[in-house]
Ligand binder design. Structure first.
Ligand SMILES: [Zn+2]
Length: 338
């Protein structure tokens, strides 16, 4: 077994990104492993495959449970305990934020995937050369290289997160808006993650799963797996649940067309509350648990002291975060579909 995969996460957090050079090697089981850059690993099984599964974690560096689980998945492959039946890409998206145990270093990485990969123009806007802009460009380039090299019939992407706030439905997912046509339906989908609620987006965004949906034609979703905890401090039951949902599901063979998320409760995004000014405040007495219902006509937040935002009937709040950067989303307002 190649030593690179032995303690991948421990190595990643103890060294700087520049130490992790592009490298390619073959495991004894025949699977080829490519490290494209720090935290970007591609596994190519020796046998024919038509599905490609992309598992990303650590887009927010302090959402650590899926980071630990993906490290275990890598170890399973290295020890030949997980026999891949598909092409697999594993990404630790924001290594520097993971090292520091923070959400991001300079800016929210999950707001930097609005446009297609472009080798000429990709990179930070003038005056905004920071870690996350460089990392977003590197991630897009690596995914471009991987998927330009081989055409996979079916691509599935789960972007794995944890929530800052408690949630009425602790495990839920967000299905990105699809610009052209419907989200691709996958036959024999190797992974169908069960969640308690699925939020359907109705607008373009700049998240990683929006990018893979619209620019890599992936069947993709952002999955919230429970409340965030520091690295190696996650409850064992939570880790076990995520691990078994990924590992056990991967061993199953679904013969029906499926989306990569399974849910019997569906919500749709009705509005995004954008923090427009520094003095943006949520109403002091509002409950911020994800999916918490808000009474009609009550004040949700104030853009300024004299500029309240009111709730409409049947609305619920998700992802409330007053501390976001100005111009970023401070909350999502969702409504349950019948
Ligand atoms: Zn997150």
């Amino acid at each position: 077994m190649h030593s690179l995969l032995q303690e991948y996460l421990a190595n990643l957090i103890s060294k700087s990104d520049s130490v992790f050079k592009p490298i390619c090697f073959q495991l004894s089981c025949g699977t080829w492993v490519w490290q494209h850059a720090a935290g970007i690993l591609e596994f190519i099984p020796a046998r024919y495959f038509e599905h490609s599964v992309i598992l990303t974690a650590g887009v927010h560096g302090d959402e650590t449970a899926p980071i630990e689980v993906l490290d275990q998945v890598i170890r399973d492959i290295a020890h030949n305990e997980l026999k891949l039946q598909y092409h697999l890409v594993v990404v630790f998206a924001n290594p520097q934020a993971i090292r520091q145990g923070i959400r991001f270093v300079d800016t929210n990485l999950n707001r930097l995937f609005a446009s297609a990969y472009n080798s000429q123009s990709d990179g930070p806007p003038l005056g905004l050369d920071n870690y996350e802009y460089r990392r977003a460009a590197q991630l897009k380039q690596a995914l471009h290289v991987i998927f330009a090299r081989t055409a996979f019939t079916h691509r599935i992407h789960l972007d794995l997160h944890c929530s800052i706030k408690p949630s009425i439905y602790p495990v839920f997912a967000v299905k990105p808006y699809t610009e052209v046509g419907r989200a691709p339906v996958i036959y024999n989908c190797p992974i169908v993650y069960p969640v308690e609620a699925l939020i359907h987006s109705r607008r373009a965004s700049a998240t990683l799963s929006y990018y893979t949906t619209n620019y890599l034609a992936a069947n993709a979703a952002t999955v919230e797996l429970g409340q965030a905890a520091p690295l190696y401090k996650n409850p064992p039951a939570m880790l076990k649940s995520i691990y078994s949902n990924i590992r056990v599901q991967l061993a199953q063979n679904f013969s029906q067309p499926r989306f990569c998320i399974l849910s019997d409760k569906h919500f749709v995004v009705k509005a995004e509350i954008i923090k427009q000014k520094l003095d943006f405040r949520f109403a002091a007495d509002l409950q911020f648990n994800n999916f918490h219902p808000i009474a009609s006509d009550r004040i949700i937040a104030y853009q300024t002291r004299f500029q309240p935002i009111f709730a409409k009937a049947n609305q619920r709040i998700c992802f409330a975060n007053q501390a976001v950067e100005v111009g970023h989303r401070a909350a999502l307002i969702v409504e349950k579909l019948a």
